[in-house]
Design a protein around this ligand. Structure first.
Ligand code: ATP
Ligand code: MG
Ligand code: FE
Length: 347
């Protein structure tokens, strides 16, 4: 089946066509990063208006690049939440219009579920890629979320824990800002860290023993104090060392707890997704351990895109899930079908 995906939850206007939940036939992303960079973050009103300007052209481009028309599509999957209400509604209305005009089924998708299913997508040069196997542990690390999720099957999500304060991507963005780097901070810190010494500064790793939770606000504050002390002493900032040491602390925190959880819940494989899963140091750390096979999305599908929404849509489509034209956006939609409190902890 071929699914048309539409994503407008934040500051990316995106559309894509995906075959069998795995192969993107097209993937169009109109990023608003340049538009928001002047604010150092996403400005909701600006985002919504920009989605309206670009959505039609983006959807047409996705169909054109796939050499398909709407008649060749089996269903339309669209991000229903979580996200900015004014942004979500633009994609949802576009999807409804297309569904009404074509008679094709409409499926509302959770954006976080989309990030998880980005790990099912293959890029052209990955024909031998095999899909993630259950039971698996998903580490979702994005701009707004840091969650450990147990999946025993498709479309079932048990929440083990998550961040108590900043999301991993948010920590990258905030530290990037205080180091004077360009927005978004994640790619900028990765670049700045390239020639840095990750042992130059020892930043704290919040362990939160006995839970599957994370915390990054202490780390962010530690970087801030170090920067202030260095500035007071009148020396220039060793940007590469600061970036590398901060990045190493985030990576260490994420990898340590994820491996612990993977052992405890005896999963077969690990899946890492969300914008921060593009981080090369994080990928290296997960690939260097030999205990678990780790799946990542293709690097260009880690940040927001519509191929991941179409991939998740495919699995809902197979199960016969359909939404009506009266579907509304859910700006705070939680992903989880249950939390660990309802789960039997393995002996
Ligand atoms: P959410 O999905 O939680 O609603 P979002 O959609 O804004 O949030 P994503 O698009 O998944 O988040 O990811 C964006 C985040 O990923 C930003 O915080 C950005 O700094 C971070 N990021 C992107 N590339 C990298 C990288 N190479 N290293 C570290 N962080 C990165
Ligand atoms: Mg974004
Ligand atoms: Fe996202």
């Amino acid at each position: 089946a071929r699914i048309l995906g539409i994503e407008t939850s934040c500051d990316e206007t995106a559309a894509a066509v995906v075959e069998e939940g795995r192969l993107p036939l097209s993937n169009v992303v109109a990023s608003q990063i340049d538009l928001h960079a002047q604010y150092g973050g996403v400005f909701p009103e600006v985002a919504s208006r920009q989605h309206i300007r670009t959505i039609y052209a983006v959807v047409n481009a996705a169909l054109e690049q796939a050499h398909l028309s709407l008649e060749d599509i089996d269903a339309i999957a669209v991000t229903r939440g979580p996200g900015l209400p004014g942004s979500l509604v633009v994609g949802l209305n576009m999807a409804k219009g297309l569904a009404l005009a074509s008679g094709k089924p409409l499926i509302g998708i959770n954006h976080l579920e989309g990030h998880i299913y980005s790990a099912w997508l293959v890029s052209e040069n990955q024909k031998d890629h095999y899909p993630p196997q259950f039971p698996l542990l998903a580490l979702l690390v994005s701009g707004g979320h840091t969650e450990l999720i147990l999946m025993t099957d498709h479309l079932t999500y048990q929440r083990l824990g998550g961040t108590l304060d900043d999301a991993a991507g948010e920590a990258f963005d905030k530290v990037g800002r205080l180091l004077g780097l360009t927005y978004p901070g994640g790619p900028a810190i990765q670049e700045a860290a390239r020639n840095g010494n990750e042992a130059a500064f020892h930043f704290p790793r919040a362990r939160l023993e006995g839970t599957w939770d994370f915390s990054f606000s202490g780390l962010k504050t530690a970087v801030l104090r170090t920067v202030q002390d260095l500035q007071k002493s009148g020396r220039g900032l060793p940007l590469a060392d600061l970036a590398a040491s901060f990045q190493a602390a985030v990576v260490d925190t994420l990898v340590t707890k994820t491996l612990q959880a993977a052992r405890t819940f005896r999963v077969r494989e690990i899946l890492v997704a969300g914008g921060v899963s593009a981080n090369q140091a994080l990928r290296r750390a997960f690939l260097e351990q030999r205990e678990f096979r780790v799946h990542f999305p293709p690097p260009f599908l880690c940040t927001d895109n519509a191929a991941m929404i179409a991939a998740a849509g495919y699995f809902h489509f197979l199960r016969g899930h359909r939404d009506g034209l009266d579907m509304d956006v859910l700006p705070t939609w939680p992903l989880f079908t249950s939390s660990i409190n309802e789960t039997l902890i393995p002996s």
